[in-house]
Design a protein around this ligand. Structure first.
Ligand code: NAD
Length: 498
């Protein structure tokens, strides 16, 4: 059985870890590897190593750090099929979907290639007599990332390129459910010329996370995962004096106005609802058509498309959706569908108990369409994180907006309409961080930052893009005067530049 180990100082090691956890291929349900689970001792070792590496890396010029990113860019392109396959074998998403994940990760590497420009400070001459002031941004030291299962390459690469380009060293604690991508990312960075110890990978669960949160020499933590854990990570990390950005869960609504092109809407909902088996924090899980006629016409278009979705393992030609991540996830999703049904939702297409020939032990849930969902139902309140698209019928645009603004999450949302006035009103009033106008999954490009509102984020900074430069650096301002030989005597008043 393959054993997946930590990587500390460029070497694979089990360190002090004695516990292990099984890793599965979700399409077959078979165990494919055994993962070592680290804790306090392994985090301590990684931090000591990262502190040593920081001395050299933080004094490497930003231009040289950028060269590693330029190399990494080409290496990622050359290895994109390998990265995609590594993702799919443990996550289950289709090969094309995994390639899309790699492409979005690549964008962040490309943005980090321009770090010299982004670390430029500000300068003012003559802020006082013979006095100049300049400010720059310096790295924090050792920083850490804790990542979820659903984007095992992209989410680590939302963090690592910018943290490293800013001059920090990084400890990654990836999801224990699909951990191989993290080790591959490490190896690709090593090929790109990143010195050993600048990026360390420690595998594990809660023990490793707690050790990261409490360690006094880890200065910042980036977290992406579910809301309860995001809140926990933020609270405990801040109490230990760190900077923390913690991105949480979501329930993303799409409003469909009566004037929308419903063929376009149905296509958008299929991709945004069922792509990656709905295991995306930007998945659209709630369709909110405005008016009965809009809802009826939309449902008519959706039913055959949902029924005919091509479901299969990642390497099946033409597969549009794969399995969900674990047996637990399958049971939880199917349980929520049943709960929704018992609370009064109408199951128009039922994905429970799906079997795929030749893959009978896989973690399959078929595409599911629920109608007549209401805001008091558990399927509405909770993030399902599975291939379940719910329709909640709104009588008016105002009702639809109120619904979204009242939800605990505020990650992504969209409106489909031809009406510029409604779209503009929506963009202004909606209490959500990432908004699409006729765009179902408005994930910002790498030169804008990603982040939701409300309980979809804890902390002040979005992830990647310009916000990452601020998150991963601290500001220093230097005020300079060179001796002129003229003495002005001791000044006891608070200094001013007059
Ligand atoms: P998760 O919260 O279960 O796990 C995320 C990380 O936290 C993992 O590394 C895990 O090991 C660790 N963890 C889990 N339980 C812990 C505990 N009790 N104490 C300390 N650490 C713990 O999330 P997941 O199931 O891997 O990922 C899916 C979730 O992530 C969904 O809620 C999804 O919406 C969210 N997500 C959000 C974004 C975003 O940008 N907002 C992006 C991707 C995923």
């Amino acid at each position: 059985m393959k054993k997946i180990q930590h990587i500390i100082n460029g070497e694979a090691t089990s360190g002090a870890s004695t516990e292990t956890q099984a890793v599965y291929n979700p399409a077959t349900g078979e165990q494919t590897a055994e993962l070592v689970l680290g804790g306090l001792a392994d985090i301590n070792t990684a931090v000591e190593n990262s502190k040593q590496a920081f001395k050299g890396w933080s004094t490497t010029s930003p231009a040289k750090r950028a060269k590693v990113m330029f190399n990494m860019r080409q290496i990622l392109i050359d290895n994109q099929d390998l990265v995609a396959e590594t993702i799919s074998k443990e996550h289950g998403k289709t090969h094309d979907d995994a390639l899309g994940e790699v492409t979005r990760a690549l964008e962040v590497v490309e943005y980090a290639c321009g770090i010299t420009e982004k670390l430029k400070g500000d300068f003012n001459s003559d802020v006082g007599p013979g006095i100049d002031t300049h400010s720059n941004r310096q790295p924090l030291g050792v920083v850490a990332g804790i990542t979820p299962f659903n984007f095992p390459s992209m989410v680590p690469l939302w963090m690592i390129p910018m943290a490293l380009a800013c001059g920090n060293t990084f400890i990654l604690k990836p999801s224990e459910r699909d951990p191989s991508s993290a080790n591959l990312i490490h190896d690709l960075f090593a090929q790109a010329g990143l010195p050993a110890g600048v990026l360390n990978v420690v595998h594990g669960g809660k023990d490793a996370v707690d050790a990261i949160l409490d360690h006094k020499d880890i200065h910042a933590v980036s977290f992406v995962g579910s809301t309860p854990i995001a809140e926990y990570v933020y609270t405990r990390g801040c109490a230990a004096g760190k900077r923390v950005q913690a991105l949480g869960g979501a329930k993303n609504h799409m409003i469909i106005m009566p004037d929308a092109d419903l063929d376009q809407v149905a296509d958008a909902l299929m991709g945004a609802g069922f792509g990656s088996a709905g295991e995306r924090c930007m998945a659209i899980s709630m369709a909110v058509p405005v008016g009965k006629e809009t809802a009826d016409r939309l449902i008519e278009k959706l039913i055959p498309q949902v029924q005919n979705l091509n479901i299969g393992p990642y390497d099946k030609k033409g597969a549009e959706m794969g399995p969900v991540i674990t047996l637990d996830a399958k049971q939880r999703i199917e349980g929520l569908i049943s709960q929704g049904e018992s609370e009064g939702a109408k199951v128009l297409v039922d994905g429970r108990d799906l079997k795929i020939a030749g893959y009978e032990n896989g973690f399959w849930v078929g595409a599911t369409l629920l109608d007549h969902v209401t805001s008091d139902m558990s399927v509405y309140k909770q993030e399902i994180f599975g291939p379940v698209l719910s329709v909640l019928r709104a009588e008016s645009y105002e009702e639809a907006v109120d619904l979204i603004n009242s939800h605990e999450y505020g990650n992504g949302t969209a409106i489909f309409t031809r009406d510029g006035d409604a779209a503009r009103d929506f963009a202004t009033k909606i209490q959500v961080g990432m908004v699409g106008i006729n765009v179902p999954i408005p994930v910002p490009v790498a030169y804008h930052s990603f982040g939701g509102w409300k309980r979809s984020i804890f902390g002040a900074h979005g992830i990647y893009g310009p916000e990452a430069v601020h998150f991963y650096t601290k500001l220093k301002t230097i005020t300079t005067r060179w001796p002129t030989g003229i003495r002005s005597g001791a000044q006891f008043n608070f200094p001013s530049m007059d």
